[in-house]
Structure formats: C-alpha cells, structure tokens
Design a protein around this ligand. Structure first.
Ligand code: ITT
Length: 196
C-alpha cells in the first residue's frame, strides 16, 4: 500500500517531542510541514549514526509507507575518547548529566561535539538518503538551564562554540542557529526543495 501526500509534507518518526519541535520550527522556514509519528522500533547497535538512522528509517517506512525522516544523534566527548557517542540515550537514562559531570571532574579539556544523522526515505527511492550535521563546543562544569524552557537531554551541559549560553539556556530558534540537528535538517531541506 502506498500513500501520496500533496505539497511539502513529511513525517518525523521519533519518540522525542523536543527533537520533533526543533525540526518543526526549522522546516517551517523552508515551507515544509512535518508530522510526528511514533512508529520507531528498537534501534540497531552500531558505532555509525548514519547506519542507525538509515536502518531505522527503512524499518519505520515498512510500517507506514509515508515519506519519513528519522534522526540519530550522539554526543562525543574528546577527553572520554568519544564517550558516550551513539550510546547517548542509554547514558542519559542511566547516569544523566550529573554522572557525565562527575566523570569529567578535574578534566581540563572540555571539548565535545554533537553529531546528527538524518535519514529520509519515501516511496520510489532506491535507498534512504542521509544528511549529517555537527555542533562543536564544550561540556560546562555545572548544569545551566534557562528560566522557562530548559531543553532536553544533555542541553544543560553543552555550550556550542560562538555562544555564551548552553543549549538549555537558548530558545528553539537560537538553538537552531548552532545545533547539529539544525545543520543536518538544513541540508535535508535544501535537497528536498528540489524534489517532486
Ligand atoms: P528518537 O525516538 O528520535 O530515537 P531519542 O531521544 O532516542 O529519540 P537520539 O537517539 O537521536 O534520540 O539521541 C540520543 C540521546 O542523545 C537523546 O535521548 C538525548 O539524551 C541526547 N541528545 C540528542 N540530541 C540532543 C540535543 O540536541 N540536545 C541534548 N541532548 C541530545
């Protein structure tokens, strides 16, 4: 069964409403509407965000036959040899921000980067197409949250290069100026506007 949607409308298969909202705000600037779909199943284990995203989007597509993006993101801390990398979700759920700060007590080199891999798949494509983005910055020494909205995940302990604020101290629009996700989404949107 296939399903055709008119205009620029895609779905984002994710269980994370924060990721969805960041994508919704950014893609609106390109005239692309996006709906959130909770059709993701378990992720494969891999060192490669691209491989995880491509496998996830293929599996999600089989369940709904809609034009879809899936994102896999990871946080790579230099002084911890790239930990937690693609295991960010598990590490966040287990030791959280406090645990990561503890691991980095007395560590001078705070460099870290977020990476994002967005995979798109739709009827008629031979295989998923992947777009990547990266945000370089540092792990702060303490958690810093904004007054109202305070981000999600590692946002309170990540400060990108070029800003004095952590991601958690930024609005969605501000975070979209720096984030790994926004960079990957912009590449996707530029490509997508030439499709159809
Ligand atoms: P999906 O359903 O889309 O997979 P997820 O929350 O599991 O949602 P990821 O696998 O892409 O998303 O990301 C793994 C974790 O990394 C995520 O749960 C956060 O804890 C953290 N993370 C990812 N992007 C982040 C961001 O922009 N800011 C803060 N933490 C982030």
């Amino acid at each position: 069964m296939s399903f055709r949607l008119k205009g620029k409308f895609i779905f984002f298969a994710t269980n994370n409403i924060n990721k969805f909202n960041e994508a919704r705000v950014l893609l609106a600037d390109y005239g692309i509407s996006v709906g959130m779909l909770r059709v993701k199943s378990l992720e494969i284990q891999s060192e490669s965000l691209e491989e995880i995203a491509k496998t996830s989007v293929t599996e999600a597509f089989k369940r709904c036959h809609l034009p879809l993006i899936v994102e896999d993101a990871g946080l790579f801390i230099k002084a911890l040899n790239g930990f937690p990398g693609p295991y960010a979700s598990y590490v966040y759920k287990t030791i959280g921000n406090k645990g990561v700060l503890k691991l980095m007590e007395n560590v001078e080199d705070r460099e870290a980067k977020f990476q994002s891999a967005i995979a798109y798949y739709a009827e008629g494509l031979k295989s998923p197409i992947c777009f990547k983005g990266e945000a370089v910055g540092e792990v702060t020494k303490v958690e810093r949250k904004g007054k109202g909205k305070s981000g999600f995940g590692f946002d309170p302990i990540f400060k990108p290069v070029g800003s004095d604020k952590t991601f958690a101290e930024m609005t969605t629009a501000e975070k979209n100026r720096y984030s790994h996700r926004a960079k990957a989404l912009r590449k996707f949107a530029e490509w997508y506007k030439h499709q159809q």
